[in-house]
Design a binder for this molecule. Structure first.
Ligand code: HAM
Length: 421
């Protein structure tokens, strides 16, 4: 027997109402904030991610689904969205349009990670990106968009963590300072963190290794070493968050796992869904466009994980609206009854009535049970008596009331009942 590949899942019909709810609210909130949808292809040239996300990141080093196509070109299934958004912005010359450009998408991403609760090898993200504007109010707006979505969904207890990691002017100095400090204390760091120190020192700060915690707690903080512009940018962002009454925690250990970030970084954390508690994360990426060979273009955005949002909804017992069942179930007797039922069902669907018919030639009694199970509002019975008199019997499921209606009148009869409430 085949199984879905490790770290992937079928999203079964019973789960779909949750996905529908989240997608509906995303569309709603993007409409409210004026974000327009952009769907890039699901694979790109491998170099895009090596350049954009960074050679020494976990994603590029270990997690990409990379393959050669028949033409010998190296392609990679999207491990994330931001590099593609920026590629599309540059490729389509969006800088000539009024700035900023506000884009969103809901896409599956692919990362060869160790699967666990809330961590998949194919996961879906809602991405929102504001490209072409450097003002800190834009960072605040993007954070408030995510915040608004969580609130529309009714999620409780989401925590916003923010930090600033500086830019190309002040980060190198801070990096040096941090590296020096960590080197001085190498012996007390966990082995994986000593490796990280060599490849990507900033990442040591978000290490979960018990052995390293003491050293990390005393490490120099990026926010104490920002240049004037970055310092001001961060101060203004915090003012805007206060103004918008969005509570946040300053988290100097928040550095994020992708190399393109400058200045603002942030994450949203939820309680009760296990170790993978980041239900969203993002930040500013003012250097990304140039890394990709384009004109200097600022940007800020986030990715929110749909699986983790849905886990949180379930954990907080927030039910989605159920899938609507059929409004009408047609039950019939015999071959002629079946033909009439099929025809009537088609006519009903033609005027927008959700109609279901049983195809297995079961007894009328069994069909009525099925109508009940499927949650139909009305059963239409086409039995022997009804066929003789060119009528149908309407059975109101919740009350058991019955009406005899002339068959040519039944569509109008139902329309009056169903659509004029
Ligand atoms: P990221 O932090 O790698 O950022 O992913 C964003 C969110 O996607 C995470 O907070 C989490 O909710 C979800 N996520 C990530 N990996 C997995 C996984 N393996 N299984 C389930 N959920 C996952 C980015 O990808 C950036 N591109 C976000 C961004 C957009 N930054 C600026 N613009």
């Amino acid at each position: 027997m085949f199984k879905a590949p490790r770290g992937t899942q079928d999203i079964l019909p019973d789960q779909q109402p949750y996905w529908q709810l989240v997608r509906d609210k995303i569309r709603e909130v993007c409409g409210l904030y004026g974000f327009r949808r952009l769907d890039p292809p699901l694979f790109e040239e491998t170099r895009l991610f090596a350049r954009g996300v960074g050679e020494t990141t976990d994603i590029v080093e270990k997690e990409m689904y990379t393959f050669k196509d028949k033409g010998g070109e190296s392609l990679t299934l999207l491990p994330e969205g931001t590099a593609s958004f920026m590629r599309a912005y540059l490729e389509h010359g969006m800088h000539v349009l009024p700035q900023p450009i506000k884009l969103y998408s809901i896409l599956p991403f692919f990362r060869y990670e160790r699967p666990q609760a809330g961590r998949f090898r194919q996961h879906y993200q809602f991405n929102a990106e504001t490209i072409g504007e450097a003002y800190p109010a834009v960072d605040a707006e993007i954070i408030s968009l995510a915040w608004h979505l969580y609130s529309l969904l009714g999620l409780r207890g989401v925590q916003l963590q923010v930090n600033s990691i500086g830019d190309s002017r002040c980060r190198p100095g801070y990096n040096k300072l941090l590296t020096g400090y960590l080197r001085d204390h190498q012996k007390s760091l966990a082995k994986t963190d000593r490796d990280r120190l060599r490849r990507n020192p900033l990442r040591v700060l978000d290490s979960k290794e018990e052995a390293s915690q003491k050293i990390i707690a005393q490490a120099p903080k990026s926010t104490d070493h920002l240049c004037d512009d970055c310092g001001q940018h961060f101060a203004r962002l915090r003012e805007y968050l206060d103004l918008l009454k969005i509570p946040y925690t300053l988290n100097y250990r928040l550095v994020r796992g992708l190399d393109y970030y400058t200045r603002t970084v942030f994450e949203f954390w939820a309680a009760g869904i296990g170790a993978q508690n980041a239900i969203g994360g993002g930040g500013r990426y003012d250097g990304l466009a140039k890394l990709l060979g384009g004109r200097d273009t600022p940007g800020v955005g986030f990715g929110l994980g749909l699986e983790r949002i849905i886990l949180t909804l379930q954990q907080q017992k927030i039910p989605p609206p159920p899938d609507p069942g059929p409004q009408v179930f047609l039950a019939y007797h015999g071959g002629q009854g079946q033909k009439e039922a099929l025809l009537l069902a088609e006519k009903m669907r033609g005027v927008g009535i959700r109609a279901a018919v049983n195809h297995g030639g079961r007894s009328l009694k069994a069909q009525m049970k099925q109508a009940d199970r499927e949650g139909a509002e009305y059963a239409i019975i086409i039995g022997e008596k009804e066929m003789e008199t060119d009528t149908v019997t309407v059975h109101v499921m919740h009350s058991g009331e019955e009406f005899t209606v002339a068959k040519p009148q039944i569509i109008n009869w139902l329309k009056n009942r169903l659509f004029q409430r």
